[in-house]
Design a protein around this ligand. Structure first.
Ligand code: 4AD
Ligand code: MG
Length: 465
């Protein structure tokens, strides 16, 4: 009984047996009481719920009880009994208390009162001790687990794609360079350029922006695969929806066309939402009550309705007819800005929308070109309050069309040699997409800033802890 968690105590107290002796190691959330008794609310992170330890002061050294303040870590041993108090079924009648670590009340920043999200971002090392962040981290875990469960049930193979790469998948040049060259005095070629042949990998390398290209190579052998790993973007976007380091889930499927791709994306997201509702209601209820009264309703409503599917051209038509004035003007060919996406999802349709067939000039080189010569078989899934949650496409399977797309964009073909080889040998129609894990977590938790759904956010000018 030494390692029992509060989650199990509260859930299985019948099995454990009222009256039996239990021992809990946990952090003190609050302590209150009178001259004769102390009530200590304890949380060990296994659940949003606390367990109350009741200590009769007469049975304890007064000094020990006095020292215990919010944030301290203690071990309480005692009898599990039915609680007389409101809001809890059982509590521990403390027989012994051991202090594992004190928290100076003058210095410990998480006192009882609620704290702003901005303040909590400044203490990322202590933020996991808050109720809200406990919920977020447990939900993050649940979603990661459900992602693997979903693909495993469908016999997708989890492929580990590399973090360090020589290719810019999105072709946007937003990569963090990886080098061991002496920055003060790098080796140079006769023409003055840096000689990357002398770098660690003998070439210019960066952190990956996406595992897709390697994922495609494996899909062309294993059929259905997915990657789930960290990706890195050196884009200078200081917004509530962008991180410099974020996690992405990227399935890649042989013999899927764009419609199969959309079907999978919709089914996948609904599975994850359903999983959270079925397995993590305690945490969702807390977030719903404390932060976002619409959260559970919004999650449920996504399950009940099909996502809208429209083309980019149809989306532009809707925006052109909108009564609303946009900051960025709308015209066929422009990239959709977040104000446009929000109008479509939140005002016009009021549910998730999948937009397909974007102009080729605003999308990546690898997307399948349509016969019209202007558009590609891209798909973006847009969500209320978040905007783009998924980006994907059917892939260009034709070697020559792919080569010309690379040339049109003045991209370096040599770094894509292996990728092109996949089209040389046994090419096949295939599709895939990337779900931003933290954007998903924004939807699942109702949080409004992406910095609040990842334990240690990396954003421009911030990699503190
Ligand atoms: O649309 P993106 O750039 O697509 C790709 O990277 C493709 N290679 C994916 C694929 O087809 N396999 O990114 C995919 C998703 C976005 O829809 C968004 O949810 C998320 O990744 N994302 C970000 N999330 C947080 N911070 C950022 N800076 C993000 N950039 C993209
Ligand atoms: Mg995108």
């Amino acid at each position: 009984m030494d390692k029992i968690k509060i989650y199990h105590l509260l859930k299985e107290y019948d099995k454990i047996g009222l009256g039996s002796t239990v021992s809990i190691k946990a952090w003190v959330r609050t302590k209150r009481g009178s001259n004769t008794v102390a009530f200590i609310a304890l949380n060990d992170g296994s659940t949003i719920h606390n367990i109350q330890a009741v200590a009769e002061l007469a049975s304890f050294d007064e000094n020990i009880i006095k020292q215990i303040t919010t944030g301290s870590c203690i071990q309480v041993t005692g009898k599990l009994v039915e609680s007389m108090g409101k809001g809890q079924t059982v509590e521990i009648q403390a027989e012994s208390i051991e202090i594992l670590g004190l928290a100076d009340p003058q210095k410990f920043p998480l006192q009882k009162k609620g704290h702003s999200m901005e303040f909590l971002r400044e203490i990322p090392h202590l933020r996991p001790r808050t109720n809200y962040f406990g919920c977020v981290l447990r939900l993050r875990h649940a979603m990661a687990f459900a992602i693997h469960a979903y693909f495993n049930e469908k016999r997708f193979v989890y492929v580990h794609t590399p973090i360090i790469t020589g290719a810019d998948c999105e072709g946007a040049g937003e990569m963090f360079q990886v080098t061991t060259l002496d920055m003060e005095n790098p080796p140079r070629l006769p023409n003055g350029a840096i000689d990357y042949h002398q770098d660690f990998f003998g070439k210019f390398t960066s952190l990956t922006v996406s595992g897709q290209l390697n994922g495609e190579m494996c899909a062309m052998a294993l059929g259905n695969i997915y990657t789930f790993g960290p990706t890195f973007r050196a884009e200078n976007s200081n917004t509530p929806r962008h991180l410099s380091e974020f996690w992405m889930i990227e399935p890649e499927m042989a013999f899927y066309d764009i419609n199969d791709n959309m079907d999978l994306a919709e089914d996948f997201i609904k599975y994850l939402v359903r999983y959270a509702l079925e397995h993590n209601m305690d945490d969702l209820q807390f977030l719903n009550d404390m932060f976002d009264k619409e959260l559970i309703h919004r999650l449920q409503s996504v399950l009940n309705d099909s996502f809208v599917r429209i083309t980019y051209t149809e989306a532009i038509d809707i925006l052109l007819q909108a009564k609303q004035k946009f900051e960025f003007p709308v015209a066929w060919g422009v990239d959709l800005q977040s104000e446009h996406e929000r109008y479509l999802v939140e005002k016009h349709f009021n549910k998730p929308v999948i937009i397909t067939n974007y102009p080729k000039t605003i999308k990546a080189f690898y997307m399948k070109q349509n016969d019209d010569g202007k558009t590609v078989r891209a798909m973006d899934v847009l969500f209320p309050k978040i905007g783009e949650i998924i980006g994907g496409s059917e892939r260009e399977a034709d070697l020559h069309k792919l080569e010309s797309a690379i040339k049109e964009r003045n991209m370096d073909e040599t770094s894509l040699f292996y990728y092109l080889d996949i089209r040389r040998f046994g090419t096949a129609p295939h599709s895939g997409f990337g779900l931003g894990f933290e954007r998903l977590m924004l939807f699942i938790t109702g949080m409004t800033n992406i910095r609040d759904v990842i334990p240690f956010p990396r954003t421009p000018k911030n990699a503190e802890c």
